[in-house]
Design a protein around this ligand. Structure first.
Ligand code: F6P
Length: 344
């Protein structure tokens, strides 16, 4: 049994925990693993490295991915899929474990459906926006990074009697912003799922100031939608999966707050800090469990499936069922966050 692994899309803390767990479980079953470098690009180019259990044992504590990543889409250029399938045979592979978000797993699903490639998927993203799984690894680390940043920004905001706007990642789902907002007692949180209510936000900030709180903290998800100007993006170009690059909304919100309330306001975009550094204990454990179960799917030849967390259990779903539907924030969490700014 020779199993290839790849990591695609935006990196996130916990990827190395998955790699380590797959390698160990396949090793225990008498098989061997190789790593395809930089996501689907490595699969197209046949670029592999050996992955051995002894050498991957300590990577659990490392952020990012030892395999590298890219947003390469093999379906974007004619001939790439054929090349990929050919490499699979040439390398003598028995299975492929694809670790990625909706884009990477969407490709894995098509390769399984259209070419019967023996693939198994592992869901990853800091955005926590994948269907069929309660949480994705990477999310916990990222909200802890946001929490730490907000705790630090609070003291400077307080000293200067300012409003501080903190822009988080998350693309079109508000999981990171909402959870970070709850964890840091933010005065207001803006998410993509609910149209931005500028009047309400400014009213809350003004009322809090009048009630004696001399500073304010606002968390805004990069994909939140302004009622007037529409979505703000920092770049017009799209990646190979058709996604625009978001970023910059925090500055617009800060300007609007200052204009409407007269309160001095600053914005901080946390950006890729949210994906960097070592994974939290939760993400190490979740990544490890998903990796073990993905390897078991390979051993049991249950291909075309993705592992997922449901409650406390690791289960599996057909990839075709799991991909293609964005899992936006469950608004119950937002109602809980809003409890704290209903009345000042
Ligand atoms: O999907 C993960 C994510 O970090 C999003 O939250 C963010 O919008 C995007 O990736 C950034 O992508 P890149 O690393 O290509 O700039």
């Amino acid at each position: 049994m020779k199993v290839a692994l790849l990591t695609g899309g935006g990196d996130c803390p916990g990827l190395n925990a998955v790699i380590r767990a797959v390698v160990r479980t396949i090793h225990n079953a008498g098989g061997e693993c190789v790593g395809l470098l930089e996501g689907w690009r490595g699969a197209i180019q046949g670029n592999v490295i050996p992955l051995r259990a002894q050498e991957t044992d300590e990577i659990i504590a490392r952020g990012g991915t030892i395999l590298g990543s890219s947003r390469t889409n093999p379906y974007k250029k004619p001939g790439y899929v054929g090349q990929l399938v050919e490499n699979f045979g040439k390398l003598g592979l028995s299975a492929l474990v694809a670790i990625g978000g909706d884009d990477t797993l969407g490709v894995a699903s098509r390769l399984y459906e259209e070419h019967k490639l023996p693939v198994v998927g592992v869901p990853k993203t800091i955005d926590n926006d994948l269907s069929c799984t309660d949480f994705t690894f990477g999310f916990d680390t990222s909200i802890n990074i946001v929490m730490e940043a907000v705790d630090r920004l609070r003291t400077t905001a307080e000293s200067h009697r300012r409003v501080m706007v903190i822009e988080t990642m998350g693309r079109h789902a508000g999981w990171i912003a909402c959870f970070a907002g709850i964890a840091t007692a933010a005065d207001f949180t803006l998410i993509p799922e609910v149209e931005v209510d500028l009047d309400k936000m400014c009213e809350v900030l003004n009322q809090r100031r009048a009630a004696g709180k001399t500073y304010g903290m606002v968390i805004v998800s990069e994909g939140a939608k302004l009622p007037l100007e529409g979505m703000v993006t920092s770049a017009a170009e799209v990646d190979e999966f058709g996604h625009v690059r978001l970023g910059g909304l925090g500055n617009t919100i800060a300007d609007l707050i200052e204009e409407r309330t007269g309160i001095e306001t600053r914005a901080v975009t946390l950006g890729h800090l949210q994906r960097g550094g070592p994974p939290s204990a939760y993400d190490r454990v979740l990544g490890t469990r998903l990796g073990i179960h993905a390897a078991r799917l390979v051993i049991d030849k249950k291909f075309g499936h993705m592992v997922a967390l449901r409650g406390l259990k690791i289960v599996s779903f057909p990839l075709a069922e799991a991909v293609g539907t964005l899992r936006t924030l469950d608004l119950e969490f937002m109602r809980e966050a809003e409890e704290f700014y209903k009345n000042v």
